[in-house]
Design a protein around this ligand. Structure first.
Ligand code: HEC
Ligand code: HEC
Ligand code: HEC
Ligand code: HEC
Ligand code: HEC
Length: 227
């Protein structure tokens, strides 16, 4: 079912993508004009000079990309996501009440101690029960959640953590590239170190990805993310 919906969405998106290649009448020729009202603070008689907030993007890039000002259009509509795991603010209950604030902020553990493949592979990985038990053989062994953890460990059964951040199948993301490129976890996941329960902070929509890529001069070639 999800596959059908995602294919349907892809199809609609392509239609919109193609339409978006046609210059919008309001954009055509209006690129160098300051928006109305922006010259309010300028000295009288001086010509209104638009203050660019983004580095200039070559025109060819703008028209070959779907998203003109680095802001996505159709695929960024989040309304349809509200009741799905793609919604911002999605915060599923986990089988064990693992708490990032306690481990990271209070006990100063590094993200990569647990998410150890994040700088070596496309996925960040969730730690095994062995890693948890390295401490919890001794720490807080009387607590109900640690008993559940120990039970999984004894039976060699992985904990079925509920995924929080998800991309549809047609889009590919790679952690290693971002970590090596110096993009911090927080740019996409927010202040995880302060979260009692992890929640999805960014939309992870195409416009979110592409606008940062534009700002930093990284590729916005469709095939980089869709293959
Ligand atoms: C002690 C181990 C540990 C440390 C340290 C840790 N995490 Fe986690 N992390 C987990 C576990 C276990 C889960 C899965 C359960 C959950 O979602 O709370 C998780 C889940 C996540 C998720 C959600 C995964 C998903 O399904 O989308 C993100 C994002 C995340 N961690 C980021 C971070 C960041 C950023 C840091 C450092 C600031 C960090 N983690 C430090 C163990 C850890
Ligand atoms: C480096 C040691 C260490 C590792 C590794 C570790 N923890 Fe912890 N954990 C602690 C400490 C210390 C506390 C108690 C923190 C406090 O209360 O200040 C704690 C507390 C907890 C609690 C809260 C228990 C309670 O009810 O008070 C849970 C649940 C928990 N950890 C689960 C996990 C899971 C799941 C993992 C593996 C993903 C993990 N921990 C990995 C050290 C660790
Ligand atoms: C540029 C944005 C971005 C950055 C930076 C980023 N992530 Fe992610 N993260 C994502 C996306 C997108 C997903 C969902 C991937 C998917 O569904 O294919 C994800 C998924 C995850 C997951 C769950 C699935 C998995 O890959 O195992 C964890 C855990 C996670 N991230 C941790 C981290 C940690 C830790 C860091 C920093 C070292 C980090 N992320 C940096 C965007 C990012
Ligand atoms: C906060 C900024 C930022 C965000 C948000 C971001 N990226 Fe990136 N991305 C980068 C940077 C910087 C690089 C280049 C890293 C390097 O130097 O290799 C990169 C590289 C990539 C690459 C490799 C490109 C290549 O040259 O082959 C892919 C694929 C990619 N990102 C996908 C995504 C996807 C998918 C998302 C959204 C879920 C996303 N990115 C969100 C900053 C970002
Ligand atoms: C930096 C990564 C990145 C690049 C480059 C990129 N996309 Fe995407 N695209 C995504 C992500 C992530 C999604 C999933 C967003 C979502 O959940 O709706 C997506 C979704 C889509 C969709 C589905 C829209 C929807 O509503 O579901 C279409 C169609 C699409 N992209 C076409 C393109 C085309 C055409 C290009 C080249 C001009 C392109 N993409 C370039 C990351 C990218």
């Amino acid at each position: 079912m999800r596959r059908v919906v995602s294919l349907l969405a892809l199809f609609c998106g392509v239609v919109v993508a193609v339409c978006a290649q046609i210059p919008h009448p309001q954009n055509a020729g209006a690129q160098n004009q300051a928006p109305a009202g922006s010259s309010a603070g300028a000295p009288a008689g001086a010509e209104a000079v638009p203050t660019p907030t983004l580095p200039p993007v070559p025109h060819e890039t703008l028209i070959s990309g779907v998203w003109r000002e680095g802001k996505a259009v159709f695929s960024d509509v989040e309304l349809l996501d509200i009741f799905t795991p793609y919604a911002r603010g999605y915060k599923p209950e986990q089988p064990i009440k693992f708490n990032h604030r306690i481990h990271v902020e209070k006990n100063h553990m590094e993200c990569q101690y647990c998410h150890s493949s994040v700088s070596k592979s496309s996925v960040a990985s969730i730690p095994s029960t062995e890693l948890c038990m390295g401490c919890h053989k001794l720490v807080r062994t009387d607590r109900p959640d640690i008993k559940i953890l120990k039970d999984h460990f004894d039976k060699q059964k992985p904990v079925e953590w509920e995924p929080v951040n998800n991309l549809p199948e047609h889009a590919h993301f790679n952690h290693e590239r971002h970590v090596k490129g110096g993009v911090g976890c927080q740019s996409c996941h927010g202040l995880v170190q302060k979260m009692d329960v992890v929640e999805k902070v960014s939309s992870l929509k195409m416009g979110f990805c592409v606008s940062c890529h534009r700002d930093r001069g990284v590729t916005i070639d469709c095939a980089a993310c869709h293959y």
